[in-house]
Write a protein that binds this ligand. Structure first.
Ligand code: TIU
Length: 223
């Protein structure tokens, strides 16, 4: 295995030192991916997110083989909702609100079946799992401290949804000095046009928030 690799990304190729790179998989939870969860209660067609699973699984396998730090995130709240702002809970007209009982347990609540990560991408025991109350993975979490502890400078970011939790996390990470390479086929949105524009917003203006590459390009660089 190479210690570094050049990812043929947009807007330009980027060389990554794998020992200073983490794979960050955003919110691949049943609540967003499966019928009956938070995503569907908001009125979305959750089947649109399925395309991200295989590309993420292939990069996850390569990251595990390389010994790269792997971080999984989960959006959700404490059972007493003490970390859920009323402004978030009261938002919109969902069929079920955060904390309401659904077919996979209480919607978006830690410890419930719907809050957990889908079986195909389930974390190994030694991988980092970050529980976050917001859309960004840095807000009110230990993620920044963990990345610092492991000497991480670069993030390979994937997960759902492209324009919500992936974009928010990339923007938080960019301001904190991380180089973010977003996996184009390892992200997905309930809105195809938001997926496309969400990726364009990252790589435009010389890579204003980061880089974008598909899983094949990342796998090639990790060989
Ligand atoms: N609704 C939507 O597109 N996304 C979220 O609420 N959370 C995440 O993106 N994980």
């Amino acid at each position: 295995k190479q210690l570094t690799g050049i990812v043929l990304a947009e807007p330009e190729p980027i060389q990554l030192d794998w020992s200073a790179t983490a794979l960050v998989i955003i919110d691949m939870q049943r609540d967003f991916m499966e019928p009956g969860g938070f995503g569907e209660t908001l009125g979305n067609d959750v089947s649109r997110l399925a395309t991200a699973v295989k590309p993420i699984a292939s990069v996850l396998k390569a990251a595990r083989d390389t010994g790269m730090l792997v971080v999984h995130t989960r959006e959700g709240h404490l059972p007493d909702l003490s970390d859920a702002p009323p402004a978030k809970v009261e938002r919109g007209a969902p069929s079920l609100r955060i904390g309401d009982p659904g077919p996979m347990g209480r919607i978006l609540i830690r410890g419930e079946a719907g809050h957990d990560i889908i079986p195909e991408l389930y974390p190994l025991k030694d991988e980092v799992v970050i529980d976050k109350p917001g859309k960004g993975a840095f807000y009110a979490t230990e993620l920044g401290d963990i990345l610092k502890k492991y000497g991480v400078e670069n993030l390979l970011v994937c997960g759902v949804t492209t324009e919500v939790c992936v974009n928010t996390t990339v923007r938080e990470a960019n301001d904190r000095g991380y180089r973010c390479v977003v996996l184009s086929d390892g992200c997905a949105s309930y809105f195809p046009e938001f997926h496309e524009m969400g990726l364009k917003m990252i790589k435009a203006q010389g890579g204003i928030f980061g880089w974008v590459a598909d899983s094949a390009a990342v796998l090639q660089a990790m060989k």
